[in-house]
Design a protein around this ligand. Structure first.
Ligand code: NOJ
Length: 547
């Protein structure tokens, strides 16, 4: 039986595998589950507690797998259900849990239900599984309302009736290939219960829930003020398609379902909302277990603002009995080993060859390493994004004709999109695709300097980012930091973050002057220390010196 408050997800370090870019066993240039299995000892050696796989289900891949056409299988691009079972068994043998990405807000337009809906008449049961509506204007030629897609343009696309004439419109908060389900329909709810059971029965340890704040829409479909938009959300319930009260009942239902399984299965909400107080509504005791802390991710390299967001996180999540989570990078944002060297107001803007401001790579890597030392020194659960343990920067030099992200196309090139953080990983300094596969194929081009970040170039170098991550994770476990506490230490200066978690003091220098380390302490771990001082953009974990 689990000790109260000792559930694994309260303190776990969870590593995000973006399968198409992790490791590619069949050499087609897109990563797969067999590739992931071949690299599983890297994950075990790193010391992570769980792996979250971005979607691997059958999909036309219009949004890199976040457009699913069959929720109960594996896309042949990534392998088979047997490959999933093999990965899961190997992970469990190594004490690593496996979290599946669930995309309940929308399916692919190639999902059989959507195809049936297109073939059926307006107001039919087939159409009632999605959000279809007549258009405005005398001939229904205008969309039903002014809702925008998060990827650019309108959130509505008009259908064509079987006789070739224009028909109803359907809602898609993302790409037009991603129609939104109608969660007011009990049939949709029952289908997702069954999908949850499918993966739980196979042994999945939980789900990361995509767009967890978006499922329920105001049924009146009212217009709203579109002057405020966020790239992936960042809007609250003033948008009639986000954070609607009715969404919570869905997660209460799912929580009951997960609780009926053994093994401490967990749900994590992806809910980008303006304030953490709003996010905390998703992790009330009878709802999800965790929610991503995108507000932490969105905080620039500024000691005062970081301290404030850490305090706020601990307060609002603590108030509902949930752990704080922390995250710096994922597949939707500029990698933190680039982003943290950008001016604060530029940090949410995607980077490309013609960006007005590009980060200084040396400062960015130093800040990235120091930021990781702060994050993993905090109690709670942290998410790592594949490749950050190698210090991979955002790839900014991808040409327009090599880009793949629908956001780039729907914004007509105005937003570079998210390809820069999705480039296949370098495992070896030399060789085809730097060890991503053995054919040299790569769905996004790897830049010329990629080999210098390769795992095999870092593994034996004690000063490498990979060695730093391995040591951080080992010490975090040894000192029980994940289940610890935060006690701020004042007096080191406004540009310093200094806190104690158990017997470890975490110090990060965000200012411009070198900082002396406290006397009577030994350095347990440091990134970029110089002559016993903590220079700007560096961090250290210190412990009391043994007398
Ligand atoms: C959030 C996912 O993280 C992102 O990659 C995706 O494009 C959207 N949800 C739509 O599913």
């Amino acid at each position: 039986m689990t000790t109260p408050r000792a559930e694994w997800w309260r303190s776990a370090v969870i590593y995000q595998v973006y399968p198409r870019s992790f490791a590619d066993a069949d050499g087609d240039g897109i990563g797969d589950l067999a590739g992931a299995l071949s690299r599983i000892d890297h994950l075990a050696d790193l010391g992570v507690d769980a792996v979250w796989f971005s979607p691997f289900m059958p999909s036309p891949q219009k949004d890199a797998g976040y457009d699913i056409s069959d929720y109960r299988d594996i896309d042949p691009l990534f392998g088979t259900l047997a490959d999933f079972d093999a990965f899961l068994a190997a992970a469990h043998e190594r004490g690593i849990r496996v979290i599946v990405d669930l995309v309940p807000n929308h399916s692919s337009d190639q999902h059989p239900w959507f195809q049936q809906a297109l073939a059926a008449a307006p107001r039919s049961p087939e159409r009632a599984r999605y959000i279809f509506s007549d258009g405005k204007g005398p001939r229904g030629e205008e969309p039903p309302n002014n809702w925008p897609s998060f990827f650019g343009g309108s959130a509505w696309t008009r259908t064509v009736d079987p006789d070739g004439s224009p028909g109803q419109w359907y809602l898609h908060l993302f790409d037009s290939s991603q129609p939104d389900f109608n969660w007011q329909n009990e049939e949709v709810r029952e289908e997702f219960r069954s999908i949850l059971r499918f993966w739980l029965d196979r042994g999945a340890d939980g789900f990361r829930v995509d767009v967890a704040h978006g499922l329920v829409k105001d049924p009146d479909l009212p217009d709203h003020d579109t002057t405020r938009t966020g790239a992936m959300g960042g809007l609250g319930n003033e948008a009639p398609y986000l954070a609607q009260e009715g969404v919570h009942e869905i997660y209460r239902d799912w929580r009951r379902l997960l609780d009926s399984y053994d093994g401490d299965r967990a749900l994590c909400a992806e809910a980008w909302l303006p304030t953490l107080a709003q996010v905390a509504l998703w992790v009330r005791p009878d709802e999800m277990h965790q929610a991503f802390n995108m507000n932490y991710l969105g905080t620039p390299w500024d000691a005062e603002r970081l301290r404030a967001v850490i305090d706020e996180s601990r307060e609002v999540f603590g108030a509902v009995g949930a752990p704080s989570t922390w995250v710096l990078s994922n597949h939707d944002v500029v990698r933190h080993t680039s982003r943290l060297a950008l001016p604060a107001e530029e940090q949410s803007v995607a980077l490309g060859p013609d960006s007005a401001v590009l980060p200084d790579p040396v400062i960015a890597l130093r800040r990235g390493r120091a930021a990781t030392m702060v994050m993993l020194g905090l109690p709670g659960s942290s998410y790592l994004y594949q490749g950050e343990e190698l210090g991979l920067p955002e790839v900014t030099e991808i040409a327009d004709d090599e880009r793949q992200d629908p956001r780039f196309f729907r914004s007509e090139g105005e937003a570079y999109g998210r390809d820069g953080c999705r480039v296949p990983l370098p495992w070896t300094a030399d060789g085809p695709s730097h060890g991503f596969n053995d054919t040299g194929e790569s769905w996004l081009p790897q830049p010329p300097h990629w080999g210098s970040f390769a795992r095999d170039a870092q593994i034996a170098d004690p000063s490498s980012t990979l060695s730093l991550y391995r040591r951080i994770l080992r010490l975090r476990r040894e000192h029980g930091l994940g289940t610890g506490d935060v006690e701020w230490m004042d007096g080191a200066g406004d540009d310093v973050l200094a806190f104690r978690n158990g017997d470890v003091m975490v110090l990060a220098n965000l200012g411009e002057d070198p900082l002396a380390l406290p006397e009577g302490h030994a350095i347990a771990l440091s990134a970029d220390l110089e002559e016993g001082l903590l220079p700007p953009d560096a961090a250290a974990w210190v412990v009391p010196a043994r007398s």
